[in-house]
Design a binder for this molecule. Sequence first.
Ligand SMILES: NC(=O)c1ccc[n+]([C@@H]2O[C@H](COP(=O)([O-])OP(=O)(O)OC[C@H]3O[C@@H](n4cnc5c(N)ncnc54)[C@H](O)[C@@H]3O)[C@@H](O)[C@H]2O)c1
Length: 278
Amino acid sequence: MAIGPDPDTRAWLGLSGSVVAITGAGGGIGRALAADFSRAGAAAIALIDRDGDAARRTAALLEGPRVLPLTCDVADPAAVAAAAERIARELGAVDVLVNNAGLLRPGPLATLPPAEWNALLGANLTGYFLCAQAFGRTMLERRRGAIVHIASIAASHAQGFSGAYSVSKAGVVMLSRQLALEWGEAGIRSNVVSPGLVRTPMSEAFYRDPAIAGRRAAMVPLQRVAQPEDIAEVVLFLASPRSGYVTGQEILVDGGFGRTLMDLVPRPGFDRAEHTNR
Ligand SMILES: NC(=O)c1ccc[n+]([C@@H]2O[C@H](COP(=O)([O-])OP(=O)(O)OC[C@H]3O[C@@H](n4cnc5c(N)ncnc54)[C@H](O)[C@@H]3O)[C@@H](O)[C@H]2O)c1
């Protein structure tokens, strides 16, 4: 299905005519972001991914905006600089950057090889910095722009046996705050969206067993795992003039999952099972 502008539902965002760059645009959340910016009337969308075929598959879905799929490893400074230069030449100055490309790999800290630690931080944190710097240059010149970074609830809740994943996401939250501080006077906003449980290619293995998928959904107050579109909706709000006085913030898009700690405590007389059908 071709995804083009949908003025009835998206005009209020005021993103029509904008030039957008999305990293990790071949993945689950990246693809939903591209579709949602297309519906919002974006004039042009750069689709950055180290998997160029996946970026091209996202491009093929979009109808309306000019699209530029690019094979680029965001951890490589030269590749990011070349991508930013090509995007500026072919699509024009970028109004919105969404830093979304990320990796998740299992690994206990006790035995994690330093190379593995560095590789994950390279993509998930340094990559976000490199893209902010490369696309921020013209934002600073034009004195306008919005950056939205995808972190995770793992930024504030340590996710065990996942190598540098939580550390990288906590770093993204602070990177965003520092950008908000340094670039606010130039009219550039920087904010974070932190997803909870989302079903995408990254997490697909966790949902193959229906029993485990059901248990994951049951842990969330809203009783479902997010679709990538749930994340995209909030990113578009933070990228849009509708949130023009919001910067340095993090919005958790987790169905309430991050607020469930007290629900884990056995408390006779107060337990959920005694008061509900669950
Ligand atoms: N899926 C979840 O449950 C979940 C939860 C919280 C946060 N997140 C975050 O959301 C973001 C998107 O993840 P997703 O779930 O869509 O995963 P995904 O695996 O579907 O997509 C990630 C994309 O990033 C690309 N990528 C990875 N490293 C790259 C690099 N160095 N340079 C360029 N591209 C690179 C991959 O090729 C892939 O297309 C990630 O930052 C992830 O950490 C996901």
